[in-house]
Design a protein around this ligand. Structure first.
Ligand SMILES: Nc1ncnc2c1ncn2[C@@H]1O[C@H](COP(=O)(O)OP(=O)(O)OP(=O)(O)O)[C@@H](O)[C@H]1O
Ligand SMILES: [Mg+2]
Length: 271
């Protein structure tokens, strides 16, 4: 079956064992790429094979955040234009054998229509080589998000605890529901406020406003900014709060029971 009752494409995960998850928010700068790349490493470190695909056409940066920028030769548009086959565009991480990456083109490629993108993701999932495909999308409800929404069965909507970001999360969820992305979950990033108890109140308010279920939380931590600028992921980030938070998120992604704030000691107080 290729369409759901809304007339949109059904998810690819329906006929493979690979789960396809997109990371989004129609607000820029909330941490989509940071969360996507670090969660990919956290899941890979737990023994699952993860393929990261950068869908930020025209402004690619996941290669920088995830530490692949020196190795990119081909990108996903080279597969679409049949210049190369899928295998040649995949980079294999040197830090963790379970992590793999495909770059976005430097400019938006208009040959990349939903059909072409869907065919590529289907080819990749049909290989059986990946347990997860994580797709990072740019801010906004643009063409890349449409492409990703046509192939994903799950969306992690990244939100920071600010009113514009929360409003954006609500709009993003409504849009994805229209596009037939059945499972939509919030990841609240850059959580601060000093105490976990205070943050829990904030979370309730975010869930209440957006009506989207919560998947997990990541504290605000400057170590993530430094790491993002150096292409370093959680395997090398010197902050237990950050590494524990991503491990919690990875456990919850794999369906394990894990408390939201397990091993997160305290949250930063921002002035
Ligand atoms: N938990 C966090 N604590 C502190 N800084 C963070 C955190 N998460 C992300 N950042 C920082 O926020 C900035 C934006 O992050 P990132 O590029 O991941 O956002 P994005 O949503 O992907 O942006 P864009 O919409 O441009 O794609 C970066 O400087 C990043 O290091
Ligand atoms: Mg980004």
């Amino acid at each position: 079956m290729d369409t759901n009752p809304n007339g949109n494409n059904s998810s690819i995960s329906a006929d493979t064992t690979t789960k396809v998850i997109l990371f989004t928010s129609c607000k820029g700068g909330v941490g989509k790429s940071t969360v996507c790349a670090n969660l990919a490493m956290a899941v890979a470190k737990r023994g699952k094979r993860v393929l990261l695909i950068d869908c930020d056409f025209g402004n690619r940066c996941l290669d920088l955040v995830a530490g692949f920028s020196d190795e990119v030769v081909y990108d996903i548009s080279d597969i679409a234009s049949e210049k190369i086959d899928c295998e040649r565009a995949i980079l294999h991480d040197r830090r963790c054998e379970n992590l793999h990456f495909i770059a976005a083109p430097l400019g938006f490629d208009h040959t990349m229509d939903p059909e072409a993108f869907r065919a590529i993701v289907k080819r990749l999932t049909d290989t059986g080589s990946f347990d997860f495909v994580f797709i990072d999308t740019p801010g906004g409800i643009g063409e890349p998000l449409q492409l990703a929404a046509a192939v994903a069965d799950t969306a992690y909507i990244v939100v920071e605890p600010t009113r514009p970001a929360v409003r954006a999360a609500e709009r993003t969820s409504d849009y994805l529901a229209q596009k037939g992305v059945g499972k939509r979950r919030l990841i609240v990033n850059k959580l601060s406020g000093g105490s976990v108890r205070k943050a829990q109140q904030e979370l309730i308010s975010i869930i209440d406003t957006t009506s989207v279920k919560l998947h997990g939380v990541i504290p605000y931590d400057p170590a993530l900014i430094v790491a993002g600028n150096r292409g370093i992921l959680i395997d090398e980030i010197p902050s237990f709060n950050v590494t524990n938070a991503f491990d919690n998120l990875a456990a919850r992604t794999l369906g394990e029971g894990r408390r939201l704030f397990a091993n997160i000691k305290r949250l930063r107080k921002l002035k």
